[in-house]
Design a protein around this ligand. Sequence first.
Ligand code: AMP
Length: 365
Amino acid sequence: MSVKRLPPGATIGILGNGQLGRMAALAAARLGYRTHSFGPEADAPAAQVSSVATVGDYRDKAALNAFFAACDVVTYEFENIPLEALGGVAKASNTPLYPSAKVLAICQDRLAEKTFLNRIGIATAPFARVRNRHDLEMALAHLGRPAVLKTTRMGYDGKGQIKIGSKTPIDVAMAVLKGQEGILEGFVDFEREISVVIARGRGQIASYVPVENRHAHHILDETFAPAPVSRAVAQQAEAIAHLVAAKLALVGVLAVEMFVTRKGRVLVNELAPRPHNSGHWTIDACPASQFDQQIRAVAGLPLGDPERHSDARMKNLIGDEVRKVPGLLADPHAIVHLYGKAEPRPGRKMGHVVWLAKKGSSARG
Ligand code: AMP
C-alpha cells in the first residue's frame, strides 16, 4: 500500500459536514492543508471552517465528480453515505478515497460487518438476517428473547432499532424496519461498553487506550479515558482493534465499539471507519488527536503519538445542555468545544466538554 504524501497546501476533501468534519478540518489546517467539505447543508459545522464548502447531495454524481476533481485526497466523517453514486465516482477518479469504498461497504451494513468480524475470528452477539416476519419469528426462536432488532443500514444513536422483550408483539418490532432489511441480535447483558479508536496509514498503526462509554437515551453521554477495565480486557480490546484495522487494510481512523460481558469477554458491537465521538478526548489529552491521525493517515504522513499525557472525562452537550456553556466557561478546567450549530434541537450534539486528570489517577480495575 502506498499512500501518496501530500505537500502542505494540498486539499483534503471531507464528505459530510458535521462536527467530526469540523474537527478534522481544524487538524488539517494545523498541518498546512486546505480542506473542502461536501454535504447537504449550508453553514454546517465543517463548512464553517473549511477552505471550500460544497453544498451537494451524496447521490449527485456530477457534484461528487467535481468534488473529487478539486481534491488531492478524499476522506469522510460518517459512514452512511450511499455507495450508489460514491462507489462509481471514487473508482473512476484519480483522487484516492480513504478509507476505501470497500471498507465503507462493510461498515455501513450491520450484516456485512458482523459477518466480516466473525470470519476474521472476532466475537459478536449472535445474529440473524431478517427480511420478513417469518425470518423474525425463526430468528427469535433461535436466539431467544430479549433480543435487539436493527435495520442493517443507516441506523445510529438508537434509531432504527428496538429491544424485543418477552411481551413485544412481532408486528410492533417489524414496524421499526419500515420495510427495510434487518438484523436480529441476541441481547448482550454487558457490564460496560468500551471502544478503541485506531489509526493506520503507510503500514503504521497507532491506537488509543480503551475508553468507557456511557449512553443516555441511546446517545453517547460520557466517555471515560481510560476505561476502568482489567489489563486482560484492555489487551483483548486493543488486539481486536489492531486485527480489524489490518484486515481492512485501513488507511485512516477506525472506531471499534465493544461490549464487555460480566465474564470479561469482549464482543464487538459496531465499527465506524472514521473518528468517533468516544475519541474526542484525544484532542486535549494526547500529543496527536484522532483527527490529527486521520489527516496524517490520508495525507501519507507518519502517524503522531497516541499515548495520553492525562486521563480524561468527556461529556457531550446534547440539545438544551448547551445552555450550561456559560457556567462551564467559568470553570477554568473545563475544556469547551462547540460545533457552530445554531439551533439546540433535542438529541442534537451541540458540543462537548473535557476535563483532564493526572494520568493514572482515574484508572480502576
Ligand atoms: P448500536 O446502534 O448498534 O450502537 O446500538 C446502540 C446501543 O444499543 C448500544 O450502545 C447498546 O447500548 C445497545 N445495544 C445494541 N445492540 C445490543 C445488543 N445486541 N445487546 C444489548 N444492547 C445492545
